[in-house]
Each structure stands twice: as structure tokens, then as C-alpha cells.
Ligand binder design. Structure first.
Ligand SMILES: C[S@@+](CC[C@H](N)C(=O)[O-])C[C@H]1O[C@@H](n2cnc3c(N)ncnc32)[C@H](O)[C@@H]1O
Length: 474
């Protein structure tokens, strides 16, 4: 069994991850450590980190531990790990050996404590919970038991695995630790898009917006930019972590908050439905820099380092078209269009959009700044070669969210690692994004095929039905 402290003096912690967006959980926690300026070691584990809910970490201090769990949207809680064992005897022996100098401050007479018993993969009976607590009678707690406001909470945590068809009688492993803090999942409801002042068809849901802001290491006094800002969900989540925020969108209606409402009980958007009001709703207006009507295909900024992070959800062409200014044959804005709110637009292929986005990030991010964006993928096409690359940007993480059997989107996180030079440019080695609406066409084709199959199934069903019915003669 590993020692409670490693040679550097760091303590062991147990992170209990939420069973949600499994692939995103470890990259989220690694990015948070960076955002709060903490070092962190993820200990080797026998488990598959992508699917398993328990991860052992080593952290330099409890303060760092609190900061990290206090930002996570994909974690349930963090414990200071006192011991773990595959059997009750093994766990009890480890706890007996736990150094007194580490346990004593939490066991003193003038403190209060309580136990919390929980399990992954099984619902425990009250009897089982009581037995687990009783079995720890040998621990020399001197303080008062306080079930409501204890100073120290100790978790007994059993792991029955994630296969509901093979739940074992006894847990695979039991953990014991001191509670440090809970993740921030309770905030997901507060920030829910349903309760948001200004929303649109493609507003990003609150949980993923927070995960994106975490991946971008958004933090106090940094500047975060969204070039496809829409209703500003990513500005809200980044501002929640203290970043100053700004964005652009090609659609003047969305920037001004004009036009038809997407709420079912309202026809037109109200007076104050705009991004600034969204930030105000959460007390974050002081972090609003501005939003501009602008085409992401043509940067309004001189090439200089402006942003600590670019966090964005570009249009894939499925629910909204991807467009840029100009006409089919040339890339220029017509002079007589300059005064219009709605100048001539033309198709913007995903291939151009993605390479523009990476070039933009390479030019405008500070060194170590992050680009976080969604890449739509037709799953049968996927290989690492379709990931857009840039000599100034290093891939940090690439997590898949499956949307249907054949379509997914990947949350890509990149870090700027090199100063931009004019000769540097983005490329996609194997490029499935060249056609306009490349993903939309595949998506629609799949939907059509699915409908066709369903119709055929229904036809076969109705054709066979009459013969099943008894005829008048019979
Ligand atoms: C998927 S939506 C972004 C949604 C946003 N994250 C939110 O939470 O509301 C993509 C946005 O990109 C905008 N857009 C499309 N083409 C653009 C372009 N060339 N330049 C800037 N914005 C563009 C669309 O108007 C749309 O608002």
C-alpha cells in the first residue's frame, strides 16, 4: 500500500468524478490545476481513467486542493485520502498505520466530526452503512459527533464498479478520507440556459460552457474572446471565473438582441435581451468588455497578442449556416454594402473556418494562451489527421462528445507555444471539411436514410397486418 505522503511532502487526495462527459473529466481537472497555479500529479492507477470515477491525486497543499475542487463541474467531491483497501481488513490496517501527526488535529476533543457513507455502483442499505461505521470503532476520535455542522467530515466510500449487470456482493475497493470540498455541479441549475435572460437556438448549455472555460484556464483578470459569440454563453462561464470577456458575431441581430425570440411564448426579443444583460443577470457585468459585429474570416485586430484565451463554438452549418462576408467569386466586401446591417454574404467552408480560427489564435493569443473549440466530426472519417494543426499551437486535449452513431463533436484544446511569424499557417492534413456544409450534408443524408428505413419498416408492418386480421369469411 502506498505511503500517505510522497517524498516531496505532498498529500494524497481522492477525486470522485461525476458520471458525466467521461472523457472530459481528467482534462478538465488538469486545466483547473493550471488555472489556479497549482502543481498536480495524477497517480498511476490500475483503472481506466476515462471511465473510472475515482482518481488518486497528489497535491502540494490543502489550499490548492480546495481551489481545484472549487472550480470543477465534472467532479463530485475531493477527499484527503487516509487509506484504501480491497477488503475491510486491508483498509483497517492501513488506517491503523496512518501517521498520528497527520490524523491528530482532526481527532482532538475540542473538534466535531461525522461520517458520510456512500457507494458507486450500488445503493447501500442503512444497515450496511451502520456496519461500516461501527467497524471503524478503533479510530481514536475524541471529538463530538455532529451530524449537521461537523467541523470535519469523513467519507467511507465503496466502489462496486460501473457494470450494473455485474454488481459484486462486496465492493472492489473501499476508500476512507477527509472531505475537502464538493465540485460546482449545483451551479449548473443556477446558470441553466432555461433561466437565462437572452438565449438563441444554439446557446451552449451551462455545464459544457463551464467545462470549456475551465479547459481554457479562464481566470481572474485574464481576457477571453469568442469570435462566434452568439448569445454569449461562453462569455458568461468565463466571466464566472473572473475573466474579462468580449466577442464578435457576423449577425447584427444577435449582437443587438433584435429580432424574433426563440422562446415559445414570445414573438419578438424584449428591450434588454442581449449579452450584456446576460452577464448582469449573474452579477458579472463589470467583466463585460464589448461585443462587435464582425466576420471571423477577417480579423478586426492588428496581429498582436490580445487574448489569454479564445473559447468558441463555431457554426457547423447544421442548425445555422456558416457564412462570411463577400461574394462567391471574391473575398471583398462590396463598397455599397459597407453601410448596411446585412451586407452580402457567401458560403464559408468549415475547412476555411477552422484554418482561419487557428491562424487567428496563433496571431492573437499570448504565449501559453489557450484555444478551446468544438470540431464537428463524421465519425467514420475520424483519424488524428483531420485535426487542424498550426506550428504555433500544441494540442492539449481532444475529447469526444457522441451526438449520434455517426456524428460527434470534439472539444479541442490547444496552447500557443511559439511566437507567430508570417510564414506560419494552419493546415488540415486529411481534410473532410472542404465542401460547404460538409458535415451538414452528411448529417442530413444520415437523417434521410434513417427516415427511409423507418418508413420501410412501417410499410412492411402495415402490409403484413391485413393477413393477420381475421377475414369476414373466417
Ligand atoms: C453555434 S453559434 C454560437 C452559439 C454561442 N456559443 C451561444 O452560446 O449562443 C455560432 C455563431 O456564429 C455566428 N457566425 C456564423 N458565421 C460567422 C462568421 N463568419 N463570423 C462571425 N460569426 C459567425 C452565428 O451568427 C452564430 O451566432
Amino acid at each position: 500500500m502506498a505511503a500517505p505522503m510522497c517524498s516531496t511532502g505532498w498529500r494524497r487526495y481522492l477525486l470522485w468524478l461525476a458520471h458525466d462527459h467521461l472523457e472530459f473529466r481528467i482534462p478538465e481537472i488538469q486545466s483547473i490545476a493550471l488555472a489556479v497555479g497549482s502543481q498536480m500529479e495524477i497517480c498511476d492507477s490500475d483503472y481506466d481513467l476515462k471511465s473510472h470515477p475515482f482518481v488518486e491525486l497528489r497535491l502540494p497543499s490543502e489550499e490548492d486542493a480546495r481551489k481545484i475542487i472549487g472550480r470543477s463541474f465534472l467532479s463530485r467531491c475531493l477527499l484527503e485520502l487516509w487509506g484504501t483497501g480491497q477488503t475491510a481488513e486491508e483498509l483497517h490496517q492501513v488506517l491503523r498505520d496512518y501517521p498520528t501527526e497527520l490524523s491528530a488535529p482532526y481527532m482532538r476533543q475540542d473538534t466535531s466530526f461525522r461520517y458520510h457513507v456512500a457507494a458507486f455502483g450500488k445503493t447501500l442499505t442503512m444497515r450496511r452503512k451502520r456496519d461500516l461505521i461501527d467497524a471503524l470503532d478503533f479510530l481514536p476520535f475524541q471529538g463530538r459527533v455532529d451530524l449537521k455542522n461537523a467541523e470535519h467530515t469523513f467519507y467511507i466510500l465503496e466502489d462496486y464498479g460501473d457494470d450494473p449487470t455485474k454488481t459484486p456482493e462486496e465492493p472492489y475497493r473501499t476508500f476512507f478520507g477527509r472531505w475537502i470540498g464538493d465540485g460546482q455541479r449545483k451551479l449548473i441549475d443556477k446558470y441553466s440556459v432555461r433561466k437565462r435572460h437572452f438565449i438563441g437556438e444554439t446557446s451552449m448549455d451551462a455545464a459544457l460552457s463551464f467545462v470549456m472555460a475551465n479547459m481554457a484556464a479562464a481566470r481572474r483578470n485574464s481576457v477571453v474572446f469568442d469570435p462566434f459569440v452568439g448569445t454569449g454563453s461562453l462569455l458568461v462561464s468565463s466571466a464566472h471565473f473572473g475573466s474579462y470577456v468580449m466577442g464578435t458575431d457576423i449577425d447584427s441581430h444577435i449582437i443587438h438582441g433584435w429580432g424574433r425570440s426563440t422562446r415559445h411564448n414570445k414573438k419578438w426579443r424584449g428591450e434588454d435581451e442581449n449579452i450584456r444583460a446576460n452577464l448582469r443577470q449573474y452579477g458579472l457585468e463589470h467583466l463585460y468588455l464589448d461585443v462587435l459585429i464582425s466576420d471571423a474570416a477577417r480579423s478586426v485586430w492588428r496581429p498582436c497578442q490580445l487574448f489569454d484565451a479564445i473559447v468558441t463554438d463555431p457554426p457547423y452549418g447544421i442548425r445555422e449556416s456558416s457564412q462570411r462576408l463577400g461574394t462567391k467569386d471574391n473575398n471583398f466586401v462590396r463598397e455599397d454594402d459597407c453601410e448596411l446591417h446585412n451586407p452580402t454574404k457567401t458560403a464559408y467552408t468549415l475547412s476555411d473556418l477552422l484554418t482561419d480560427l487557428l491562424n487567428y489564435a496563433a496571431q492573437h493569443l499570448v504565449i501559453h494562451g489557450r484555444l478551446v473549440y468544438w470540431l464537428p466530426v463524421y465519425r467514420p472519417d475520424y483519424s488524428e489527421k483531420i485535426l487542424p494543426r498550426h506550428p504555433c499551437l500544441r494540442l492539449v486535449s481532444n475529447c469526444e462528445q457522441v451526438l449520434s452513431t455517426d456524428i460527434s463533436r470534439r472539444l479541442i484544446c490547444m496552447e500557443k507555444v511559439k511566437e507567430y511569424q508570417e510564414s506560419d499557417s494552419a493546415e488540415i492534413v486529411v481534410n473532410p471539411y472542404r465542401e460547404h456544409n460538409a458535415i451538414r450534408d452528411k448529417y442530413l443524408l444520415l437523417a434521410k436514410e434513417k427516415k427511409q428505413k423507418q418508413r420501410t419498416r412501417e410499410d412492411t408492418h402495415t402490409k403484413t397486418k391485413p393477413s393477420e386480421k381475421p377475414t369476414e369469411e373466417s
